[in-house]
Design a binder for this molecule. Structure first.
Ligand SMILES: Cc1ncc(COP(=O)(O)O)c(C=O)c1O
Length: 280
């Protein structure tokens, strides 16, 4: 039984437009003794560690998502950073669809928002999908797709086949490992990245974040954390009358009381369950 009472909790859930994974105690235990890496640029260790991280990530995700066509890999400060780099370097208009993650639109002036993907523009889309927290299909468009996979690793099963026109796939440790404050993400690309290939050639990344990511991947298999926490998600949802999403910290509901949390008129309301975790 959740406390506080439902009225108070519903008020909190209705007021929060964002989603966030709860802190994962097992992850906190893994990373608490990692020292800050303060090596000088030019030291060979950070690039070696970065290549080690890349290989580990590729190995871990391989049973769930084939990244073999994505030859290049870069570390970023979360998917937010991947989006910033995309918006800063993409020379043509691009689009997102209504209900998807809107950050890109807020920082650039080449972004368009459409109800359905338009065949004339590159598409930034999240999958697992930000509008519901569920894994979705890819639209059939000719232009490139840039896939925001910030919620990958947060679903008990991940079986995503990236379409041939997917040019980049962006991953994060914020949701999958509850590490939003560490700012860790990986960008996989088919072509060398216009900005990240330059900054990474001169050692411009956070070396400690690479060590943290490695420690997490060495400890947990890809979907292990959401598999464990899905049980709690289902308990919360059955008590509150929500539908559990594929992502373990998200639910949806058609209850009109939560209409303020719909990300588009044709979507159910999306609920950030992480508030409920601490009341269990
Ligand atoms: C769909 C989506 N993409 C990206 C992000 C940002 O992720 P990160 O913390 O890796 O920058 C969020 C954060 O809520 C998100 O919902």
């Amino acid at each position: 039984m959740l406390s506080p009472n439902h009225t108070k909790l519903f008020k909190l859930l209705k007021s929060d437009p964002w989603v966030q994974a709860p802190e994962i105690p097992e992850v906190r235990d893994v990373i608490k003794n990692i020292p800050v890496t303060n090596l000088r640029r030019g030291n060979p260790k950070p690039p070696q560690q970065l290549r080690h991280l890349e290989q580990l990530y590729r190995d871990r995700i391989a049973p769930h998502c084939d990244l073999s066509a994505f030859e290049h890999c870069y570390i970023v400060a979360g998917v937010t950073d991947a989006i910033t780099q995309f918006v800063a370097t993409h020379r043509e208009c691009w689009q997102i669809t209504r209900g998807d993650y809107e950050y890109a639109l807020t920082i650039g002036n080449r972004g368009l928002i459409h109800d359905e993907p338009h065949n004339r523009f590159s598409l930034i889309m999240s999958n697992p999908y930000c509008g519901t927290g569920n894994i979705i299909g890819f639209p059939d468009i000719d232009k490139p797709i840039y896939c925001d996979m910030a919620y990958a690793g947060s679903t008990p099963e991940l079986n995503i086949e990236l379409p041939d026109n997917c040019e980049q796939a962006w991953f994060s440790f914020s949701k999958s490992h509850g590490l939003v404050g560490e700012r860790i993400g990986l960008v996989f690309t088919k072509q060398p990245h216009p900005s990240l290939s330059l900054s990474q050639a001169v050692g411009m990344w956070n070396y400690t974040s690479v060590d943290i990511a490695i420690a997490c991947l060495e400890k947990f298999s890809y979907c292990e954390i959401p598999q464990k926490y899905q049980i709690v998600q289902h308990q919360i949802c059955s008590e509150l009358g929500f539908t559990p999403s594929d992502c373990f910290f998200i639910a949806t509901t058609q209850d009109p009381e939560f209409d303020c949390r719909k990300r588009a008129p044709d979507l159910p309301a999306r609920i950030n369950l992480s508030h409920c975790w601490r009341y269990i």
